[in-house]
Design a protein around this ligand. Structure first.
Ligand SMILES: Nc1ncnc2c1ncn2[C@@H]1O[C@H](COP(=O)(O)OP(=O)(O)O)[C@@H](O)[C@H]1O
Ligand SMILES: [Mg+2]
Length: 501
């Protein structure tokens, strides 16, 4: 059910793409932030006005009724309701405030009603009872739009006709409440005023809303512009990365995007350069054997009556060049395979001792040509999770190098060891060694310390690059130690269990 609802909202969101935009969100927030206060203000002001208007009216009417109550008391109106002057005053009061006045005596009998309908009836209400204790009360009935108030008619024990006295709170002895005036006045005019005010406020509010929408629209546009600029400049670069590094730095946020993008750009440039270099190296390497073949073939063609021996000799050279071309292509293919992601690894549990023994057995004939002694020392039996084919290629290259770049009657020693986490293979020789300045380059593609020498012994310069890639794919490491003229040792360290990330 919940997921249904989410699905529904996602659907709406994806339909209305603009809702996802930062600009739309800023716009909505700005409109709300600027409009809600006007709503609150309007409500608050109107509320305040109403309270104030009602309380003013209560005060005004209260003053009048108190004067009148004193007149009533002074003239003994409760005993004789036929007094014309008082009746006129009562009527005037009720007319003036569009209301009604009831005069109630001590027995809760209505002795006078300006409407003339309730005379003779009895009214016992909380307000009236409280008023008999000397308190005037007032209450505002908002729904029916009137104020009802009670005023005590107090008989002073001293002579009547004195200044009107405030009814005492504690009902002091000298003031005796003999009756109550129950006055209700209409607040129609307050309501009317509120309606008028509300109407004006609505118009003002509408204008403010329009203003808020317009300003928010503009401001949201301005706020989002740097992001649009970033997108625009990234798009401009997309067409070819020889454009300059970007520079859009309005916000620290866009600056971060730009910095990250520029770094990416830099990396792509490096990658692009190295790829170009690789391609040009490849072309060059592939061209060399072809050039040789062409020279050999041309010189045969140019000569008349070439002896068969020369033909044979040249053809052997040409066949050698073809072998070389073949080797370069094979190495390139191996390298490309190793360049792929770890997903292409074919991991199995492999006995490393067996793997090394097989490699050495295969290479021994080559070693025998130079009378090189191949020694294998296995400290312990090691089984690890590796890609057998790729690891074999990597170790073969190391042992092959140790044989190739060795002197006559030298030795090659391979040592296998392991701890609880890694296994290590050391390939050591007492050959020519690697010059100090070349050490950092030997793993580069096509790098050879001595091009002509390496070429003579069939090197392509790709062997160590392939080895390094294969070991890195296994999340391992490779290092080299070498001294010129003394010998070289390659150290390989690979985890026993393969953990794919
Ligand atoms: N065991 C070693 N002893 C001396 N030099 C080595 C050894 N292994 C590699 N090198 C040097 O490193 C270079 C790169 O090796 P590699 O990538 O296998 O290319 P290559 O195809 O020339 O063997 C070689 O040309 C060689 O000069
Ligand atoms: Mg090699």
């Amino acid at each position: 059910m919940k997921s249904d609802i989410r699905l529904f909202f996602n659907k709406i969101l994806s339909r209305m793409k603009f809702m996802k935009s930062l600009r739309f969100r800023i716009f909505v927030i700005l409109v709300i932030v600027s409009y809600v206060p006007t709503l609150l203000m309007r409500y608050g002001i109107l509320q305040n006005y109403e309270e104030r208007a009602v309380s003013l009216r209560i005060q005004e009417v209260e003053n009048q009724t108190m004067i009148l109550a004193n007149h009533l008391a002074a003239n003994n109106y409760l005993q004789d309701t036929s007094l014309e002057t008082i009746n006129a005053e009562l009527l005037q009061l009720s007319n003036l405030y569009d209301g009604r006045v009831l005069v109630i005596d001590q027995n809760f009998n209505v002795v006078k009603d300006t409407y003339g309908i309730s005379e003779g009836k009895t009214i016992i209400s909380e307000e009236v009872i409280r008023c008999f204790k000397g308190k005037n009360t007032s209450s505002y009935d908002k729904d029916n739009q009137f104020i009802e108030m009670t005023t005590p008619i107090t008989l002073s024990t001293e002579a009547a006709g004195k200044e009107p006295k405030m009814p005492s709170e504690d009902g002091t002895l000298e003031n005796q409440v003999v009756g109550v005036m129950l006055t209700s006045v209409s607040t129609d005019n307050v309501t009317t005023n509120i309606e008028i005010l509300d109407g004006k406020a609505s118009i003002l509010q509408l204008l403010l809303l329009i203003l808020a929408v317009a300003l928010s629209w503009i401001v949201s546009r301005i706020l989002v512009r740097p992001f649009e600029r970033v997108t625009a400049s990234i798009s401009a670069v997309k067409d070819g990365y020889d454009t300059e590094a970007l520079d859009v730095s309005d916000y620290s946020e866009t600056e971060h995007i730009i910095t990250a993008f520029n770094e990416l750009l830099k990396r792509m440039r490096v990658l692009d350069e190295s790829r170009q270099e690789f391609v040009s190296n490849v072309s060059h390497e592939l061209k060399t054997p072809i050039t040789s073949m062409k020279v050999l073939a041309d010189s045969l063609i140019a000569q008349e009556d070439v002896p068969v021996e020369l033909y044979k000799e040249f053809m052997t050279d040409i066949a050698d060049e073809i072998d070389r071309e073949n080797k370069i292509i094979n190495d390139l293919l191996s390298l490309v395979k190793m360049d792929k992601t770890a997903a292409d690894l074919n991991i199995e549990s492999v006995n490393i001792n067996g793997l090394i023994e097989l490699i050495l057995k295969r290479l021994k004939p080559i070693a025998g040509q130079k009378d090189i002694d191949v020694i294998y020392e296995s400290v312990r039996d090691v089984t690890a999770e590796v890609d057998e084919v790729k690891l074999t290629l990597a170790i073969s290259n190391l042992v092959e190098n140790a044989i190739k770049y060795n002197e006559e009657h030298g030795y090659v020693k391979v040592t296998l060891d392991a701890d609880h986490q890694f296994f290590t293979i050391v390939v050591e020789d007492n050959g020519m060694g690697i010059p100090e300045e070349s050490k950092e380059h030997i793993f580069e593609r096509f790098y050879r310390v001595d091009k002509s020498h390496s070429r003579k012994i069939g090197g392509t310069g790709l062997g160590l690059a392939i080895t390094r890639n294969a070991i890195l794919m296994h999340r391992g490491a490779i290092g080299v130690e070498s001294e010129e003229g003394k010998g070289t040792a390659f150290y390989v360290k690979i985890p026993l269990t393969y953990v794919s990330k």
